[in-house]
Structure formats: C-alpha cells, structure tokens
Design a protein around this ligand. Structure first.
Ligand code: MN
Length: 243
C-alpha cells in the first residue's frame, strides 16, 4: 500500500505510526509543513526504507514562514521530494495571496535549479493559480496534485501539463471527488491519506487506512483490488525512478 501524502510528524505518536508503517511494509511520503520541521521529520524515517521525507512550506503558513526559504534552499539538495507546497485560495488567506505566490515561485525555481524534484502540491480553491505557476516552471520536476478539487476544465489542463494525482479516502467519499478521480489518467495516480488533517467521524486517517482509497479506486475502475494495487505500485515505481 502507498500513502503518498501524510503528515507523520503531526500525529501525537509519530514513532508508533512509523513503526506500524514499517510493520505493514507501507510506502509513505512523509510531507512537512515548514523547512524547520525537516530535521526531526527526516529522523523519524531512519531505519524505515519505504518512508521518504519531503521538504515543504505549506501555503497556509507561507506568510509566517517566508524567512525559512533560506533553510529550504540549504536542505533541498538532501531530498528528491518536496511537499507540502502550493497555493490555497480560501477566503481567510486572501490577504496573504501574494506571499503565497512568492514562496511557491521561489520553491519552483529552486527545484528547477537543482534539476527537478517530485512535488506534492496543495491547490485548494486555487487550481487555476497553481497551474499558472507550474506552467512557468516546467523544469521544476514532476508535479503530484494532492486531493485535487478543481473543476473539469482545470483537471483537463493539469492532465495536459503532465501532472500526477494523489487521491485519498476523504476525497473519494464524495461523488464529486469520485468523478474527478475517474477522469484522471490511471497511470498517473497514487493513493494518500493526508492524515492527520483528513478525518472521518472525527478520527484522523492513519497511513494504513489508505486501504479504503484503494477499494474506491477499484470500484471506479471496475477492477479487482489486487489489480488496483498492482497499478498503483507500478505507478510509484515509475515516479520514483524519475525522481
Ligand atoms: Mn496535507
């Protein structure tokens, strides 16, 4: 199983979560929300060969943590994965819109300057704005749009740009999310949980609970669950070999 977007460091018991991921042989992209979280979060994955740590600066924190971009640039050579990064167009963040774009552009340019990275990208209420930025930095690497919630035109544009997608149980619980997922290219999809932010019945999704997203995708594709898992694993193999 694959959880390609999970905030392991934000669970109350991150070491136990890591140990369970190791026990279950889960592949995990452990994303961070600030560059200063990198060291501690990367250390959590010591001895966990299927967990990769991503260097991030979350758009909701961009205006407060802009000064950490220097640290971002210093750490970037240590990892092939970047996230969580992107833009968030929620009304309460409107005053910080230009700081978000400055931070995201800086990150995309930095990724391009080191030869490209695999990026896990947040685009809530900002799909068009995110795609505008990605178009400007084609050398930044491979883009994985996490929990994509744009409209169909935006989805078409993302596919044309060669974007990948990571979809989770929360997204696939709704019909709108399932319709979007059904239109995503099967060879460019991965599963995620976005735990502990994504929740069901007030319980945070843990990485192994990505299983229900695999079931949902199998239903959408009308294939058996072992075939769904095989497709996802092949996708991860291709993405990681590009990274
Ligand atoms: Mn997230």
């Amino acid at each position: 199983m694959i959880d390609f977007h999970c905030h392991i460091d934000l669970f109350p018991n991150p070491r136990e979560v890591v140990a369970e991921c190791v026990r279950r042989k889960l592949y995990v992209l452990s994303v961070t929300t600030t560059p200063s979280a990198w060291d501690g979060t990367a250390a959590l994955a010591d001895g966990a060969p299927r967990i990769r740590t991503a260097l991030g600066l979350h758009p909701q924190l961009a205006h407060e943590r802009k000064r950490e971009l220097d640290l971002f640039d210093r750490v970037l050579p240590q990892t092939r994965y970047v996230g969580e990064v992107g833009l968030d167009g929620s009304p309460e963040l409107k005053p910080h819109c230009s700081a978000q774009v400055d931070v995201f552009d800086h990150i995309l340019a930095a990724c391009a300057s080191v030869g490209g990275r695999v990026l896990s990208i947040h685009s809530r209420r900002a799909a068009t704005a995110v795609l505008d930025r990605l178009e400007r930095f084609p050398g930044a690497g491979t883009f994985v749009l996490h929990w994509f919630s744009g409209n169909h035109r935006e989805l078409g544009r993302a596919i044309e740009l060669g974007c990948w997608f990571s979809v989770g149980p929360a997204m696939l619980a709704g019909e709108r999310g399932r319709i979007l997922a059904s239109k995503m290219p099967r060879d460019q999809i991965l599963t995620e949980t976005d735990g502990p932010f994504a929740r069901v019945n007030d319980l945070a999704f843990r990485p192994w609970e990505v299983e229900s997203a695999i079931e949902s995708l199998g239903n959408i594709w009308s294939v058996a669950s072992n075939e769904t898992s095989a497709v996802l694993k092949a996708n991860l193999g291709r993405l990681a070999s590009d990274a």
